[in-house]
Design a protein around this ligand. Sequence first.
Ligand code: GTP
Ligand code: MG
Length: 229
Amino acid sequence: ALVRRVVFITGAVDMTTLPPADRGEAAFIGRSNVGKSSLINMATNRKSLAYTSKTPGKTQQFNFFAVNDKPGREKEVKYGDIVEGERDADSFYLVDLPGFGFAKAPEAQRKAWASFMGEYLANRKTLKVVFHLIDSRHGPIDEDSNIMKQVKENLPKNVAYVIVLTKADKNVKGNSKKNPGKVSEKVMDDLKQAMAESGVSYAPILITSAESKLGRDSMWRYLRLAAES
Ligand code: GTP
Ligand code: MG
């Protein structure tokens, strides 16, 4: 699919500050620093649309980016109101979430994000695909298993759920030109075990790098679900 235009729309902090549910959405979730914002930039071919940082905890709100919106609409978004007829047919939202497991965020803030995410996954009617990012060098941590369980319990079955292993370029050991995204057997085994224990073994696993753009096409197979809805 073609990215003609992509702009930041709004940062939501709870269900009442979400933009109008008038198009498909793809959400990026995962622990702090795993590469969510970088992958949004990679998928849209933008260098710094979503802000990234070496320091965990960069993204602090549910940031909505509109792909293929009509010029100027970002200034007209009215929270909670559905504004029709002001977008192109293939417009959709990319949603960059704050990372979980960010130890420096105040406890109350982390709780607020967690409960917002739960509500968002369960109730956002236009959500079409959830990308769950996991570092390809480390595999899942406890919080990833919790997310998987939450997805299993609360994410409506018509929403695609996709595991995305990130930063594959950093997996130098065993990498070759032929197989630049080689992930260790241990990480793969841990991941499959966590998925099985949480009942989400049905999820496809993509191997990506924001650096080398590995996996961009496979991501778009799922982004299309949001674009074409
Ligand atoms: P929070 O907003 O804190 O939750 O983090 P995030 O998940 O959005 O991570 P972000 O995209 O900000 O990336 C974190 C760090 O990892 C940055 O320094 C990125 O440059 C780096 N990074 C992200 N993706 C890749 C990748 O594919 N390869 C390499 N080498 N570095 C990456
Ligand atoms: Mg981020």
